[in-house]
Ligand binder design. Structure first.
Ligand code: NAD
Length: 485
């Protein structure tokens, strides 16, 4: 792994404290950081290096997955950290930043490899990219990379504009767009499940699969994020990015080899084959809904309209269900169902593959029935894989009953998404990051949905908090003879 400088914009923010410092520290403790590295934190207010290091230490003690009694390890880590005050709009601050970067590169005799992590509001992304270029920070004899996290735009047009602005300073292969769902161990494992198991690989097509269901349900409501969420909704917050990324990972087909480029190519082919939605027809395949008051985990909660910060009469979607079709030889005729929402019954992200059941009637003369085989991939909060099969229960008159073959991954030492993703970015492996082509195609799919919502030609259903969404979401599957698992 190359020695490098990690430049963190937004180093005094919440994400840095809760996720980024702990991720770097865990990589360090696991021996997954370069032997020599420098971290330069940037924030709006003034602070000494010592003060900054103390803040970082504080965050590690509070939030790090791994802890150590060996104080020298902690000290060894913290001594890599420096702090500069920087206002994103002030060119002089970038000049000072360049000096700090160069000074540290000299002190540590490390090459000019520079990683820029923008943990700041997205409206700053293009300003920062522009200043990085203008100040000369981007002119390096080593590599340079940019890490950003969604939202990548608010719609197709703004996403394209943002991408043009970023490309002033960074090439596409230098931009690492985090979709933290792609950092979840079970999502990273999808590729192996599909391709490293000939038994599943052989079945991974429309000849054997009846439908695919991808669910990400949350129990929380909008919390303190109404300002953002009321403008975004489940469609932008979850569907355009995380849900479509999981769909790509599930539907992609065996690449020639397992390399970032080949996997990206396969994911892109999925997006290219996704049947576009026509604005006037969106309501046929997309259900939007908003939560009402209800009860979640035994607690009474208010409806979305009563949440602080939500504007009166808001038509925002807190739930989306979708039926999508992939028009290629592998998936013709297999519906992909997606649903995601807030204030639902349980917190769970999972993918269920329902296999066809051609022998359904074979046992009916014995008054027996077979359930469909299901492959259930639990992503969050538990990680595991379950295969549902039919088996005779000799304790119940030999009747056929579904049994589960279960694997549950131990959560204890599981690295966090940010650890895996930051490690990949430092190593230059872009497999689990969102490529611009994917982001743009996802916006193209979503754009007519946004317009149909804005034009109010899609009904806004309601669902009680604590449920799995509105009746209309069940109906979407019933139309094809299925139900949500
Ligand atoms: P925050 O408000 O806690 O921190 C913002 C950071 O930006 C601070 O370090 C602040 O000093 C800096 N900043 C603000 N204005 C600045 C300016 N003019 N010049 C220079 N620096 C400036 O926000 P956060 O929760 O850390 O989130 C940062 C970004 O990451 C946000 O865009 C958020 O949407 C995104 N994000 C956050 C989380 C999370 O869990 N907190 C998760 C995913 C994505």
């Amino acid at each position: 792994m190359d020695s490098m400088t990690f430049v963190l914009f937004g180093a005094t923010g919440d994400l840095a404290k809760r996720k980024i410092f702990p991720a770097l520290y865990n990589l360090f403790l696991d021996g997954n950081m370069p032997t020599s590295f420098s971290v330069i934190g940037l924030g709006r207010r003034e602070m000494s290096h010592d003060e900054f290091q103390a803040r970082v230490e504080d965050s590690l003690v509070t939030f790090s997955r791994r802890q150590t009694d060996d104080q020298s390890k902690m000290e060894g880590f913290l001594k890599a950290f420096r702090y500069n005050a920087l206002d994103v709009n002030n060119p002089d601050d970038y000049k000072k930043l360049l000096q700090t970067i160069q000074q540290r590169e000299e002190e540590l005799t490390i090459p000019e490899n520079r990683m820029f992590y923008l943990s700041v509001a997205p409206e700053f992304f293009d300003k920062i990219a522009y200043q990085i270029k203008e100040s000369g920070i981007a002119t390096t004899k080593g590599w340079k990379r940019l890490i950003i996290e969604k939202p990548f735009g608010h719609d197709l047009k703004s996403a394209q504009q943002l991408n043009r602005n970023l490309s002033v300073a960074f090439e596409e292969n230098e931009i690492y767009r985090i979709d933290h769902y792609l950092g979840k161990p079970m999502v990273q494992n999808l590729e192996a499940l599909e391709f490293a198991n000939p038994v599943l690989q052989a079945l991974w097509n429309n000849q054997y699969i009846a439908n695919v269901q991808i669910t990400a349900s949350e129990t929380v409501g909008v919390e303190e994020r109404a300002g953002y969420y009321d403008q975004s909704g489940a469609i932008r917050d979850m569907f355009q990015n995380h849900m479509l990324q999981m769909l790509m990972m599930t539907a992609m087909h065996l690449p020639k080899k397992i390399s970032p480029d080949d996997i990206r190519k396969q994911k892109k082919m999925v997006m290219e084959s996704l049947r576009p939605l026509q604005k006037q027809e969106v309501a046929k395949d997309i259900v939007r809904a908003q939560y009402d008051q209800g009860e979640v985990s035994g607690e009474a909660v208010v409806g979305y309209q009563e949440e602080p910060g939500v504007k009166a009469g808001s038509m925002n979607d807190t739930f989306i269900a979708a039926r999508l079709w992939i028009d290629n030889d592998f998936w013709n005729g297999v519906p992909f169902y997606i649903r995601t929402g807030k204030r639902m019954t349980e917190k769970s992200t999972r993918i269920v593959i329902e296999f066809k059941n051609p022998i359904k009637d074979l046992y009916s003369s014995n008054n027996d029935e077979t359930a469909p085989n299901l492959l259930m991939i639990e992503i969050n909060p538990n990680a595991g894989v379950t295969l549902q099969l039919n088996s005779r229960n000799l304790l119940n008159n030999g009747k056929l009953e579904p049994i589960n073959v279960d694997f549950s991954a131990s959560q204890d030492d599981m690295p966090e998404a940010y650890e895996l993703l930051i490690m990949d970015a430092i190593s230059g492996d872009a497999t689990f990051f969102a490529h611009w082509d994917e982001v743009e195609m996802a916006w193209k799919l979503v754009q007519p949905i946004l317009e149909a919502f804005e034009g109010n030609i899609v009904p806004l259903h309601r669902y009680p908090s604590g449920s799995m969404g509105p009746e209309a979401s069940d109906q979407l599957l019933k139309e094809n003879g299925f139900n949500w698992w």
